[in-house]
Design a protein around this ligand. Structure first.
Ligand code: NAD
Length: 248
C-alpha cells in the first residue's frame, strides 16, 4: 500500500499515520511518499505513473484534500483503476453506479456495514443522506439505493433539512458541520450514522450530530471518534487485499 501525502495538513498526517499503522499491524507492507505543498502536478503524475508500473505495488492512495492549485480529479484518474484502493477513479465510480464494483470508496462501505448491523434488510426503508460529496454522500446514496432503500440526498442548498430527516429510518450525515443534526431532526428509533469529523477550538473531536441529544431517541447511533473512522481504515485494508488478489 503506497500513500501519497502532499503538504502539511495536520488532519491528513494523522489519518495517514493511522492507515499505515493498521496496515503494518495486519501484515500489509506500506510506504508513505511525502511531498511539499509546492510540488507540481507533473511531479505527482510521474510518481503515480511509477507506482502504476511497479508490480510490487498493489494499492495507491492519494490522501485528500490536496493543497490549492493541484487538480485532484486528474491525479485520481491517473491511478491504475486496479490499484485504486480509495475507489475514487472514474472507472471505479462508474462501476459502482452500475452495481458492479470491486473497489468502492472506503467510508461509504463502512457506513453500509454499520447500517447492516442495525438492520440486515434495508428494502423499503427511507434513507436520508446529508452531504453529496464524491467521497462520501454520493457513493453512499448509490449503495443505499442498491440495497433497496428509498434515498433522499440533502445538501447545502436544501431548504428544509428537518422536513426530510424527520421522515427517515436511516440518517447519514457527512457535512463537516458540528451540531448540524439534533434530536429535532430525528424520528424516534432511526439509525443515525455520523461521518463528520470536526476539531473544536479546545481540541475536542466531534461529529456533525449532537450525540447527547440524539442518542436517547435513536435506534442506533455511531459516536465520533470511534464510529465511522475505524470502518474507513478497515475498508482500506480490505480494498488493498482485494486489489492484491485481483492482480495475483
Ligand atoms: P465535503 O466538504 O466535500 O462535502 C460536504 C457536503 O455537506 C456537501 O455536499 C455540502 O453540500 C453539504 N453541506 C454542507 N453544509 C450543509 C448544511 N448546512 N446542510 C446540509 N448539507 C450541508 O466533505 P466530505 O469530504 O464529504 O466530508 C464530510 C465530513 O465527513 C467532513 O467532516 C470529513 O472530515 C468527514 N469525513 C470522515 C471520514 C471518516 O472516515 N470518518 C471520511 C471522509 C470524510
Amino acid at each position: 500500500l503506497h500513500v501519497l501525502l502532499v503538504g502539511e495538513n495536520p488532519a491528513s498526517a494523522v489519518y495517514v499515520a493511522m492507515k499505515i499503522k493498521r496496515a503494518e499491524k495486519i501484515g500489509i507492507k506500506s510506504h508513505v511518499h511525502r511531498f511539499s505543498s509546492t510540488v507540481t502536478q507533473s511531479t505527482l503524475s510521474q510518481a503515480i505513473a511509477d507506482l502504476n508500473a511497479n508490480p510490487a505495488v498493489d494499492g495507491i492512495l492519494l490522501q485528500l484534500p490536496l493543497p490549492d492549485g493541484l487538480n485532484a480529479h486528474e491525479l485520481l484518474n491517473a491511478i491504475d483503476p486496479s490499484k485504486d484502493v480509495d475507489g475514487l477513479h472514474s472507472v471505479n465510480m462508474g462501476r459502482l453506479m452500475q452495481g458492479k464494483h470491486t473497489l468502492a470508496p472506503c467510508t461509504p462501505l463502512g457506513c453500509m456495514q454499520l447500517i447492516h448491523q442495525w438492520k440486515h434488510d434495508l428494502a423499503g426503508l427511507c434513507a436520508v443522506v446529508v452531504g453529496r460529496s464524491n467521497l462520501v454522500g454520493l457513493p453512499l446514496s448509490l449503495m443505499l439505493l442498491q440495497a433497496g432503500a428509498t434515498v433522499t440526498i440533502c445538501h447545502s442548498k436544501t431548504s428544509d433539512l428537518v422536513a426530510h430527516t424527520l421522515l427517515a429510518d436511516i440518517v447519514v450525515v457527512a457535512c463537516g458541520r458540528p451540531g448540524l443534526v439534533t434530536a429535532a431532526h430525528i424520528k424516534p428509533g432511526a439509525c443515525v450514522i455520523d461521518v463528520g469529523i470536526n476539531r473544536l477550538g479546545d481540541g475536542t473531536l466531534v461529529g456533525d450530530v449532537d450525540f447527547a441529544s440524539v442518542a436517547p431517541i435513536a435506534g442506533a447511533i455511531t459516536p465520533v471518534p470511534g464510529g465511522v473512522g475505524p470502518m474507513t481504515v478497515y475498508n482500506l485494508m480490505a480494498n488493498t487485499l482485494r486489489a492484491f488478489k485481483s492482480r495475483v
